[in-house]
Design a binder for this molecule. Structure first.
Ligand SMILES: O=C(O)c1ccccc1N[C@@H]1O[C@H](COP(=O)(O)O)[C@@H](O)[C@H]1O
Length: 243
């Protein structure tokens, strides 16, 4: 029997001031869905408890949408997970100053392990690490560069006290092909920390399948393309995972 409901995190990824979805995280594959504030408010009105808010330009190194993202984060009454380009003290301070519930570090966990260990020690549960993988190889800098082995990095981060992981299968992301349940099971078997699943959700059945992994450690699921493509509504998704 499941003890917790799967948390759902509708995504608002911002590129060049617009809410977009990418395919496999590839720059240039954007489909635009308009004003990020409108998208975020729509998910909030539909009953979202969380918002996964990403500055894609900061992740790619093509500028940033920091002011706009901060405005969205501050306007929300729900919990916000903020990511993209949080790689040093200044960007972390700016992210935390939005009042977000947690930040998600990607590239920094691969390239600046000492800094990440320090901020995990300082901020605890406010810090999650995004493990964005192709196969079992981590990818950073807008998912354009290899960043080491998933399980070695997980072991290191566990030993440093990392509170939570956001696991994205890049091969699935933005494709509506279903989540990589095997990867999620393997990650859950390798760590006792909660895991937020990301990539591939296409249907309510996918969400129900992810909900069966809650006892193994999957705490939540990021939902992007499926919501924007209207495969289902957020209200239907929340109902599907209610226990
Ligand atoms: O979410 C995406 O589609 C995405 C695509 C390409 C790069 C990053 C993407 N998303 C988020 O960005 C952070 C990583 O940013 P950084 O490496 O810390 O600058 C990652 O957690 C994803 O949530």
């Amino acid at each position: 029997m499941r003890t917790h409901r799967l948390e759902l995190l509708p995504a608002v990824d911002v590129r060049d001031g617009q809410a977009v979805r990418l395919v496999h995280g590839e720059s240039g594959s954007e489909t635009s869905y308009g004003d990020p504030m409108e998208a975020a408010l729509a998910w909030q009105r539909a009953g979202a408890e969380w918002l996964h808010l990403v500055d894609l330009d900061a992740a790619f190194g093509t500028g940033d949408n920091r002011a706009q993202i901060a405005e969205v984060a501050r306007a929300m009454d729900l919990k916000v997970e903020l990511s993209g380009g949080i790689r040093d003290d200044a960007s972390l301070a700016a992210a935390l100053a939005t009042g977000c519930t947690r930040v998600n570090l990607g590239t920094a966990a691969l390239e600046s392990p000492e800094w990440v260990a320090k901020v995990i020690a300082e901020h605890g549960d406010l810090i999650a690490v995004g493990l964005d993988v192709r196969g079992t190889t981590l990818r950073g800098r807008g998912w354009t560069r290899d960043g080491g082995d998933l399980y070695e990095t997980l072991t290191r981060l566990d030993s440093e006290g990392c509170a939570r992981y956001v696991v994205t299968d890049i091969a699935k992301d933005g494709t509506l092909q279903g989540p990589n349940l095997e990867l999620l099971r393997n990650v859950c078997a390798a760590t006792d920390r909660p895991v937020v699943a990301s990539g591939g959700v296409s249907s309510l059945d996918d969400l129900r399948a992810l909900a069966t992994l809650v006892p193994e450690g999957v705490e939540g699921a990021i939902v992007g393309k499926a919501l924007y493509a209207k495969a289902f509504t957020l209200e239907e998704a929340l109902e599907a995972v209610s226990v």
